[in-house]
Design a protein around this ligand. Structure first.
Ligand code: DAH
Length: 343
């Protein structure tokens, strides 16, 4: 009988080892552990044995049962592990697939130039200022030394909302607004912004365009400060070897006033189609702040002096990138804008 039990154990272990899944395992286990199992059959025959024999056989039978049970439990765990692995394998994400192509846009070329110029001037200690696009006549003209009826108004006809309210023709009114707010303190500002004039719309003109206004007011400001500042700007913007040239000009709000040229960055000053063969390219207007403007905004022109400049943002961008039609900036043609990926 003991031998029979032993062979049942061996057989059960073999069968369990061969099982492939939980169902088969359940069946096999049930077969060996149930009432009608071979083990059960043997136990039924125990009646004829002596007490001693019963004890020995009984305890061995129990041991066999426990071993079969342990073997089935181990197998169950093994099957579970395999099934988990199979499921993971089946649900695996194929990361070798090419990813989705995200289209990355780029900043508008005008925005890029604005940020670049802002950085240049912030590096020189300037603050960025802002002013309204719908402006009062006093700030846009009157306090800039352009009274009603002044001939300089002709060049800057604009869109009027009321008799005294217009879309600003220049960023220069921000000079006045800043001075009034500063209450006699020194000033160093750069103001980028939109401006409007009644104008033809062609390759180089637009009724809406943008400017940078620069203003520095302090006690010992001279024209050489202006020249040094604009030289540095030209070198940072158009290349290290650039120099600037001042030509006498007229603006009502500056005295003296200058037109500022930068040595041609294409030919280096020898003469080429870009600079119309004269080696210089006109880039901006500037000058020393007119005493009337200083006085009107609360600064004593005997004590304070200042310089100011006005740069056309489109013009600088066109020169910088060789754009030949200003209208390209406004029509939002992606084929144009995409070309300015920046660094
Ligand atoms: N506001 C002038 C214009 O639109 C440009 C300008 C010239 C601005 C000289 C200035 C300046 O601040 O000093 O034509």
């Amino acid at each position: 009988m003991m031998q029979k039990l032993q062979s049942i154990l061996t057989e059960a272990k073999e069968k369990i080892a061969l099982v492939q899944n939980q169902n088969e395992l359940n069946e096999t286990r049930a077969f060996y552990m149930g009432k009608k199992s071979p083990l059960g059959e043997i136990l039924k025959q125990m009646g004829s044995l002596s007490i001693e024999e019963k004890k020995t056989l009984g305890s061995y039978a129990n041991q066999v049962k426990q071993e079969i049970e342990a073997c089935a439990t181990a197998k169950r765990k093994e099957i579970e592990k395999l099934e988990t692995l199979k499921r993971l394998e089946k649900e695996r994400i194929d990361i070798s697939l090419p990813g989705k192509d995200f289209k990355v846009g780029n900043k508008h070329p005008l925005t890029q130039v604005i940020e670049e110029v802002e950085d240049i001037f912030i590096g020189m200690g300037y603050n960025i200022a802002e002013g309204p696009e719908v402006e009062e006549d006093v700030y846009n003209f009157e306090m800039l030394n352009v009274p009603k009826g002044h001939p300089a108004r002709d060049m800057q006809d604009s869109f009027y909302i009321t008799e005294n309210l217009l879309v600003r023709t220049q960023t220069s009114p921000v000079q006045v607004r800043t001075m009034l707010k500063a209450h006699g303190e020194p000033i160093k500002i750069l103001c980028p912004g939109k401006t409007y004039r009644r104008d033809d719309d062609d390759a180089t003109h637009s009724h809406q365009f943008m400017q940078f206004e620069g203003l520095v007011v302090d006690k010992h400001i001279t024209m050489s400060d202006l020249k040094g500042t604009l030289s540095l700007f030209a070198q940072k913007m158009f290349g290290e070897n650039r120099s600037v040239r001042f030509r006498p000009s007229y603006f009502p709000f500056t005295e003296p006033s200058v037109e500022v040229d930068v040595s041609c960055f294409k030919c280096g000053g020898k003469g080429c189609p870009l600079c119309k063969q004269n080696g210089w390219i006109e880039v901006l207007g500037a000058g020393m702040v007119h005493p009337n403007v200083l006085r009107g905004a609360g600064y004593d022109p005997e004590v304070y002096r200042g310089f100011a400049f006005g740069i056309g943002i489109e013009r600088v961008t066109m020169l910088r990138y060789g754009v030949d039609d200003i209208r390209n900036f406004y029509i939002n043609d992606k084929r144009f804008i995409k070309q300015f990926k920046g660094e």
